[in-house]
Structures are given as C-alpha cells and as structure tokens.
Write a protein that binds this ligand. Sequence first.
Ligand code: BGC
Length: 763
Amino acid sequence: MNNWVINQNDFDIQSKKFYESIFSLGNGYMGVRGFDEEEIRDAKHEINTFIAGVFDYYAPGKTDMVNSPNFWCTSIFVNGERFAPERGEILEYNKELNMREGILKRKLIWKNEQGNETLIETTRILSIDSIHNAVLSINITPVNYSGEIVIETGIDADIWNNIIDDDQVKTSTNFCRLFAEDGEAIHIDNIHIIRLKTTVTGLKIYEGFSSEVRHGGSILKLEQNIVQREKYVADKFTFPVAKGEVYTLNKFISVWTSRDKYAGSLEDQVLQSVKTAKDLGVAAMIKNHAAAWERKWRISDIEFVGDNKSQKAIRYNIFQLIQTNAENDPYVNIGARGLMHGRYKGCYFWDTEIFMLPFYIYTNPKAARNLLLYRYHTLNGAEENARRQNVEGARYPWMSAVDGLDQCDTWDIGLSEVHITADVAYAINHYYEATNDIEFMRDFGLEILIQTSRYWKSRFTYDSRKDCYNMLFVKGPNEYGGVVNNNLYTVMMAVHNMQLAKKFIKKIKTCYSEAYQLLAEKLGFKEDEVRQWDEIIEKVVINYDADKSLYLEDDNILNLEPLDLSSVKEGDRPLYRKICFDRLQRYRVLKQADVILLMLLLSDKFSTKEKLAAWNYYEPITAHDSSLSYGTHSAFAARLNMMEEAYKYFIKSVCLDLDNIMQNTQEEGIHFAALGASWQAVINGFCGIELEQGNLKINPHIPKQWEKVSFRMYYHQCLLKVSVSSKAISVTYEEGEPDELQITVANQPVLLLKCKEEIISIR
Ligand code: BGC
C-alpha cells in the first residue's frame, strides 16, 4: 500500500464533485478544485480557481473570494469527437494524487462512439517552488487507430462567483461576475495573456500561458491557430496521429495580480514568468516542485508504524494544510474551506487560530508569524467592528476577509460569537511560547493584546446587585446553544486575554521600555486600565457545580430540554439538516466541543477530576455537527488516557473529507479546521506535546494501533525529532542555536545535546 497516494480507480459521474474536492491543488498563492481539463462551462460554480487575498465586493461592505479564470481548460477531439468521459466508454481509469510530490495525474482509456480507443494521461502541478506557475502536460496515445487529433487549450475567463449563503441549509443560486472587464487577450511570442480587473476594488488579475505539442522528443511544427472570443483565448493544434505513438501537449501557465510585488508592468511579469517556465520545461518544473515538497515533508511528515489508514489520512491532512498556506504573505489568512471552495466566501475564522495555527507554529514558525500578522494588519477593521457595536478596543470579526470588518450575514453568529477575539489573543501567546519571538510581541502582539483587552473590558456588564461582571448575549463555540449569558468558554478565554495583556505589558516594559512608551502613547494607554481588567477578572461569572466538579457551559444549559441523541441523529449527518436552529437551541445538545475545547486550551486551569466530569457530561450530548469537534474530542480523550474513544474520534477527524463523514465534502470542499484538529490530536493529544509557560513537555499515550509514531517539530527555533512507541520516547535535537536544550519527557527533566538522541523509557 502506497501511503503517499490518494487514488480514484473508477470513473463514476455521481462521485465527480466529491473527487473534485479531494483532488484540489494549491500552492498558497492559488488554489484550484480538482475538476478535469475538459470540464465544460455549465457547472460554473464548481470551476473554482482562487488566488489568496483576492476578494471583491458583491454588495456594499460584503466581499467574496474572486473566482478567477480557468487555466486548465483543454478540449481534445479524436477524429472529430470531443472527449468527455461521460460520452462513449471509459475502458480504464485511474486518477491519483501523489502527495509526496504534489502531482495530480489521471490515466484513462476512452473509447469514442466510432470505437477509437485513446490513452489519455494528464499531469498537473501548481508549483510550490515558483508560486505563480502551473504546468499541465497531456500524453495522448491512439491505441487502435491512426487518425486526427485536435487539441484546444486555453484560458476561460467566462467565470462567475456563486455567492454562497452562510446558512448551510440554503441552496445558493446567486451567481455574479466580479470583473469589470471582459478579459481582452494579448499575444506576444506565442504567449497569450488574459487581463481582468475586479469590479469594485479594481484589482488586476492577469493569467498567461504558452503551449506546445511534442512527438518523439521534439516540438511539432504546427500551424498556430489562436482561438479568441470574448472572455476566452486558446491555442488550437490539429495533427495526424499514428497508432501506438505518444503525442504530448505541454502548457506553461502564469498568474499574477496587482497585489503582487513586481518590477515593470504586469504584462511583462506574466510574459517573463511563462517564458522562464517554458525554457525550463515540464520535467525541470516538476523536479523543482517535487524537491520543494520534499523539503516541506522532511519537517512536516508524521510517520505511523502499523496503521496504514491513519498514515495516508494524516498525510492528506498535512498536504492540504501546506498547500493552502501563503507562507510569505502577511496580508492573507486561510479560509475555512481554503482556496478550494467558495463556501463562507473564502472568509477566515477562529478555525485558523485555534485549529490550524499549531501545525504552522511547530512546523513552519515563519508561516505562523505571517498568519498572526494578518490579524495585526486587520486591527483597524477590528477597532471599527468594536466602534460599530458601541464598545471600546478591537473586536475581531467572526468572518474576516480583506479589511477585518465582519463579513457574517447572520446577526446571532456574527455579532454574538465574540470569542474569536480572545482566540486571536490565545494564539499570539501560543506562538510566543513556542518560538520565544519577543520582537513579534513588542512590535505587534502587545498592541493586539491591549486593544482586545479594552474590548473585553467594555463587553462585560457590571451587575451591582451581585457585584459581578456578566458576559451577556454571546454564542459560544456550541452554535446550538443559542445566544446565552456567561458562556464559560468566552468568559475564561476573555479573562485569559486580559491576563496575557498584563503579562506582556510587564515584559515589554522591562525589556523594551522605549518601544513600550511609544505604544502606550499611540494607544493613549494608561496603566490604570489594568486595574479595571483586574476587577473584572476577579468578578466574572463562572457556573460551577462543586458537588459534581462540573463546569457548566453557560447560565442556561440546565434549563434546556434533554434530547436522546441516538434517537435523532442518523449516522454522522448533522442535525441541522432536519431540525431547525431555533428548535435545536432549546434542546440540551451541543453542535461541537465547547467546555471540552476550553479545557484542552487552558488545560492547567482544570483538575483531572473536573475534566472527567466534563467529559462524562458533555460527550454523550455532543452531536459533532461541526467538523471542528472530532479532533478536539480525540485530543482531550488521549490526554485523559481514554484510548479507545481517542482513537475513534481521531479516525473521524483525520478521515473527515476522505471518507466524507459530514456528507458535504462534494458541495463544500475541504474542512480546513478539521485538518488542523487532526494534527493536534496526534501531536498534542496522543504524543502529549505541551507547553507550560513556554517549557516543552512530552507526555504521550499512543493507541494500540500504532507501534510507533515519529515527527519533527520546532521548539524555540530548534528542530527536534521525536519518536514515540508504547515503550519509549526518543528525542533528537537536530538543528538550532544553543548547544543544549532543557525539556521534560514523561515527567522527567531531560537535557538535550545537539545531534544526540535521548531515549526515555516509559514504564
Ligand atoms: C462551525 C464554526 C466554524 C465555521 C467555519 C461552523 O459550522 O460551527 O465553529 O468556525 O463552521 O468552519
């Protein structure tokens, strides 16, 4: 079994959309759904090509991620018949995603209505070595005939956005085109460039390509025939073919936008970029791309011995996380469906900070820093959100795009799911503890912490009768819980946010007093404010049943009507598909982990007894109707040594898209938070990687299905290799600055020396 490859062996029209999601490719700069080259233009919304950070307004104040021209589009005609797998007959079929090298291949034999059998082999990459480039190569071999082949390959700019409603039960039929121009093409040196401009923001998107047909090692000298109509440009090649001979179409694509940094004109940039790729040729482009993937995998791979299903699935999760992250761009983030689908309009949620970010913190700290810088760069928007809600400071939006203003359409979610502000603060500290990047805290982190703490100060409401501060009208992570008072997750994360601000005010003031003074002046910050935060921290409302050691989700949970989940839940299908949200909020049923997630994030604030009490109370009533939930439950159970539950939930999370657990991968694309949650279940859950005040602790419990699990991680800029089996933990400090590193393994202090493996046995 090859655990690096995802296969589709049968061509089945019914599962087409599902595989289009699974076979999505990306390189951080752009992402494309896995639709085939010959796909015709009537399924408009499924032909998705997204470029990171390219949004435009479809209504005042409301953006969508702009669906950009399709650069794969290629039609093949065999003796006059247009190739389409659903016509004629497919005699053999295999589509495979090689995750190790980031290559998507398809191999099939198509028999047309005249009985001509043609072997078609396609190969495509979105280069992660040269992020503006994509390459397509198609081998065509006539199996049982000699005749004529026509290939038309180009760029199709007749592309529309399907504005998808935030409500998952609504079908969205609102199509709109976000381009001001019709994509007039220019042609220079056999390179064709389509030029577009978005309607409101006026962002320019230029896509160019050049193509060639090869036979027997050389380029065929064919008459160049350019097909051009509105919103479309293509090369058309007509040539005779002989039975058994291989003919190859190569296409070199380049995409640039006015968001990018370039010298000269955008046309010149695209031209140059296509030329460079073409000069290198397909083999070298693929080789460089695969080498870049190899470098990524060296740091990011997780190896399981003894569990093929988990092995392949975790690689798929990691593959998607890597290929969707614009690691060098501090002005973009990662959407809930990545760059692969228009659901949630490409918006960024807490999904990044709480679920995905840890993967980057430990495998690519620079990428993690840039993801957090996006929050710094949208701090103005967060301040504006707070002003619009008549509160102080900065309130991060539930759904964020270009400017940090809230993109959410539903008031009870957009305006009430305020915990995201504290999630951003939590993530900043997590990054700091794992990297020691104090300059980040000085230049960016502290400002966010102060502004968000100011928000919390004005978001709590003082109750003079009880001398306490209530967190009124909020929605916690459990979106079935309605708009409630004193949601524990929100309250405790807000308190944590203010405590972090206090901690870093002290730290930065001590280490960088001048920078601190400048920041205090810029924000008009007086230390008196800290006293107000202290008062709130002391007097927040926490619902706790001391007899049962049970933390309650909010003020309301005990008032709700009990619901026997097994009587209503059909498999893993979300309940909101059959019971409306209004009704759901009166049942004592959780959409997703809430208190459990809090206990995972702020683990040291709760005793084991309290964690077990929470598990026993909340686990049976959690529907896992959000993809974010399974991974959290897995990690939590693993930390409590409940291995069967931990593994069961891990499989649900890690196979969420590959096994279509939510039954919506076909319509919604890949669930990015679940990818990150699965990674955390392995690393922080089973392998027990934990930071306590910035000190690394490893305390694993691995399931019986794994003989061994190995991975690499960065800790304080040092690269460690960790292997865990049921008997021992091995840690090697592979690269980094200091000669030694102090960590804790299985509750024992361990001093790591550079390049020396330490083996700690587990009793
Ligand atoms: C979940 C949210 C999540 C959003 C985007 C919703 O279904 O309940 O927690 O942030 O999807 O993934």
